[in-house]
Design a protein around this ligand. Structure first.
Ligand code: SAM
Length: 215
């Protein structure tokens, strides 16, 4: 599987509040496009997801109607902004955790510029510790921090903070599969989850796991 071409129509006119009320958004489409282009250019230095993966996450959030999203590994905030823009449509919120002070500060500046500071909560710290302080539950979790940490993150989220119907997306599940073999082996056998590996770039990709509604 791969995304041959992506065309994402960014929400610039309307933002849905947490209570479902549509509100006008003051976002400037040209400024947003410029910000995303600049962040994309700096992407490899910041280890950001490729743009197609950002668009894939954006679509997943909208399609699953996710409202409570958690990201582990913010970096400069590129994937956070793609997900935050999708949450403008679902009326949801994103919490994202980054251990590095400089990248956390940069992400805060970028999120502000994207007009998403009310939508995205940025936490600075070690996600292994911070995750235990978050109440949840989360209906979509994007894991993109330390690749060896996935099993620990999973144990801290499941079952209480990842209810039935919830999804986990783990990045670099193809190119860095060796670093997360324990997680991939565990989740593929887990009876409560359906798991697939997908690639939007036809290079690297996501391990996507869905917790059954009856589980
Ligand atoms: C691949 S980058 C994240 C890219 C980001 N998701 C994006 O696409 O824009 C991984 C980030 O995880 C951070 N990180 C690594 N270990 C972490 C930990 N234990 N807790 C929080 N962040 C961590 C790194 O500092 C790095 O900025």
């Amino acid at each position: 599987m791969g995304i041959i071409a992506a065309a994402t129509h960014l929400p610039t006119g309307i933002a849905v509040a947490a209570d479902g009320t549509p509100q006008p958004s003051a976002r400037n489409p040209a400024q947003l496009k410029r910000l995303l282009d600049e962040m994309d250019e700096r992407g490899s230095q910041a280890w950001s997801v490729p743009r197609k993966d950002g668009e894939f996450l954006h679509l997943m959030i909208k399609a699953t109607r996710a409202k409570s999203v958690l990201e582990l590994g913010t970096s400069q905030g590129f994937s956070a902004i793609w997900m935050g823009l999708a949450l403008e449509e679902t009326g949801g919120r994103l919490t994202t955790i980054e251990i590095d002070t400089e990248r956390h500060n940069e992400a805060r500046r970028n999120v502000n510029q994207a007009g998403l500071s009310q939508r995205i909560t940025l936490i600075k710290g070690d996600a292994h510790a911070q995750i235990t302080k978050l109440e949840g539950p989360f209906d979509f979790v994007f894991m993109d921090a330390d690749k060896e940490g996935q099993v620990d993150y999973f144990k801290k989220l499941y079952p209480k903070k990842l209810p039935p119907g919830g999804m986990i997306a783990v990045h670099n599940a193809i190119r860095q599969a060796n670093a997360m073999n324990d997680y991939l082996g565990m989740i593929r056998k887990h009876p409560d989850f359906d798991t697939v590996t997908v690639s939007a770039t036809m290079d690297d990709g996501f391990c996507l796991s869905y917790r059954h509604r009856g589980a």
